[in-house]
Design a binder for this molecule. Structure first.
Ligand code: ADP
Ligand code: ASP
Ligand code: MG
Length: 327
């Protein structure tokens, strides 16, 4: 008999649940943690590019889609994932149950397509956990006061997971995806990028707000408010991930993000006081004769807007100068 020691929330993104093979890897990860004595709530995204596909198909039917109807449609993607994973875990001999947003008690405001989670009534989740089940909840969706289905914004399953973790007072919220942590820049754009072992909520929020899609920005706000450590890891290996918590390390540049073609942000706690880095950034701009329209410096971030499109080589150079040379 397993003696449960704590509750953890595990979220798996679209690429992690894209097909039956990947669902099996996800199931094995869950079983491993369950057997180690964790009560487990799983939050899933829709499989692969399902959400994009549903949007495209709806647009082929109408140019003027009612937000409410789009939410009913898009919420089906997550419903497919949770049902499949539950079928699989039950088949593998583990008691599991899938729950939609409304069954799991996720209440939102009325803003279809970009609703805010207002309250989570966890009684159903707790009842199922008490029965030693693995509880699998749809990400990205909830229900409003009219009992209508809402969705909470693209990439929102991260936020569902951290909100559920907060409501359950879970020990940790793990976000599993195709990358094994948060890097100093998007590792798919910059092969030189390095994995960070820890980040503060403030730093992660800046990184998410600047457009790095590794974590949905609202999930970081919720994590900070309710003090839930968020750990990002890869579904497909066992490497250490990145821990996002309120532990602050001062004065190192943590990440460089290129939001669109003409804006680069450099993020790190207390960057405003790191004159050496500020000097390096200014020297870099001067040396490369880059025309700047605006520089915004605050406690944790330097954002540079350029007059023209910035080529990838400048992002690489900035990364080398501020991150690789420092380590
Ligand atoms: P999921 O579908 O599992 O929610 P996402 O695609 O939303 O996963 O997020 C993972 C992606 O985030 C990675 O494939 C990576 O390209 C991108 N990404 C952008 N910036 C970063 C960063 N600084 N560190 C890690 N990944 C990043
Ligand atoms: N399926 C939704 C999307 O593609 C939510 C998510 O994946 O987090 O945006
Ligand atoms: Mg995502």
């Amino acid at each position: 008999m397993i003696v449960f020691m704590d509750t953890i929330v595990l979220k798996f993104g679209g690429s992690s649940v894209a097909d039956n093979e990947k669902l099996k890897q996800v199931a094995n990860k869950i079983i491993d943690l369950y057997n180690k004595g964790h009560r487990i709530v799983v939050v899933l995204s829709a499989q692969g590019k399902t959400t994009d596909k549903l949007i495209k198909e709806a647009k082929e039917l109408s140019e003027d889609i009612e937000d409410r109807e789009l939410d009913v449609l898009l919420s089906t993607g997550e419903q497919i994932s949770v049902a499949k994973l539950s079928i699989l875990l039950n088949h593998m001999g583990y008691k599991a149950i899938s729950l939609t947003g409304w069954q799991a008690g996720v209440y939102t405001n009325n803003t279809n397509k970009n609703a805010i989670i207002e309250n989570i009534d966890v009684s159903r989740i707790l009842k199922e956990l008490e029965e030693n089940k693995i509880v699998i909840v749809t990400g990205f969706q909830g229900i409003n006061e009219n009992m209508d289905i809402t969705t909470i914004g693209r990439g929102g399953s991260d936020t569902s997971a951290v909100a559920i973790a907060a409501a359950l007072n879970a020990k940790n919220c793990y976000i599993f995806s195709d990358v094994d942590g948060v890097y100093t820049a998007d590792p798919n754009k910059l092969p030189d990028a390095k994995k960070l072992s820890a980040l503060s909520y403030e730093e992660m929020l800046e990184i998410s707000n600047e457009g790095a899609k590794v974590l949905h920005n609202r999930c970081v706000e919720i994590g900070e408010k309710f003090k839930i450590p968020i750990i990002t890891k890869c579904t497909f290996n066992n490497k250490a991930g990145t821990m996002i918590s309120d532990i602050i390390e001062e004065n190192t540049v943590k990440s460089i993000v290129q939001k669109d073609v003409s804006k680069i942000s450099i993020i790190g706690n207390g960057i405003i006081r790191n004159f050496e880095n500020l000097r390096k950034i200014l020297d870099f701009l001067e040396k490369n004769k880059l025309e700047v329209s605006n520089i915004d410096i605050d406690e944790n971030k330097v954002s540079i807007c350029f007059k023209n499109i910035v080529e990838n080589k400048y992002l690489e150079e900035m990364h080398r100068l501020l991150i690789n040379e420092e380590s």
